[in-house]
Design a protein around this ligand. Structure first.
Ligand SMILES: Cc1cc2nc3c(=O)[nH]c(=O)nc-3n(C[C@H](O)[C@H](O)[C@H](O)COP(=O)(O)O)c2cc1C
Length: 206
């Protein structure tokens, strides 16, 4: 198994190890070419039945400011803890040169039964879960690709609490909210939070 020392030798492991959430950004633009590279990496993720039922929405300038406005405007309607996270999210969106939102199309939920039979109550749950898991893999690829290019990112999940408005805003009203990810160059050098050692999270079945 890998030990931390191996990270230095392997670029993929280095990106995985170095990725941590960045919430404040400099004004430096992210090149279109880098955005394309990042989205291509996201699109390489595994997806159930190779359905790729994710959509990536790119927001810059006015669209990005408008989303930040919407979020900070709605933040007051939520209990304090959520409200604080929403205001932080609005600041990250506002401060990032570019934002990528990820929405699920629901295609797998709609077409899943034609692809393979799962009956009854379990079907909706199964296809929806498969779709969410697929898109989560795409978001992680996106974060890792950004990291590998020196671009910071944070997965903003708190906007799920106002998902209908966000999806309307993104022009994906029939979709499912996955993530909003501000992208930009880190305003300061930070280390991510400490992780619980993986050894404490593993059990070998005997
Ligand atoms: C599904 C999901 C939702 C998240 N939502 C938020 C969020 O709304 N706001 C935020 O600041 N960070 C959010 N994060 C980032 C986590 O806070 C962060 O990943 C965690 O604290 C570990 O830190 P690291 O990313 O630096 O390793 C989210 C992460 C995930 C995976």
């Amino acid at each position: 198994m890998s030990s931390p020392a191996d990270f230095a030798e392997n670029e993929t492991l280095r990106s995985i190890h170095h990725r941590h959430s960045i919430r404040m950004f400099t004004d430096q633009e992210v090149r279109d070419e880098d955005i394309r590279t990042i989205l291509d990496a996201a699109n390489c993720a595994p997806s159930a039945h190779n359905q790729q039922s994710w959509r990536f929405l790119i927001l810059r300038d006015e669209r990005k400011h408008a989303l930040a406005e919407l979020v900070s405007h709605r933040a007051v309607d939520f209990p304090r803890s959520a409200s604080i996270l929403m205001r932080m999210a609005a600041r990250s969106i506002q401060g990032a040169p570019v934002v990528v939102a990820v929405a699920n199309t629901g295609e797998l939920i709609r077409n899943g039964a034609e692809l393979f039979r799962v009956d009854g109550e379990l079907a909706f749950d199964f296809f929806r879960t498969m779709e969410i898991q697929s898109s989560a893999a795409a978001v992680e690829n996106l974060l890792l690709a950004a990291t590998s290019l020196g671009i910071g990112s944070v997965w903003l999940g708190i906007l799920f609490l106002m998902k209908r408005e966000v999806l309307e805003f993104l022009g994906e009203p029939a979709g499912e909210f996955m993530a909003v990810v501000p992208l930009g160059y880190p305003a300061k050098t930070t280390e991510g939070p400490k992780k619980r050692p993986w050894e404490t999270l593993v059990r070998t079945l005997k």
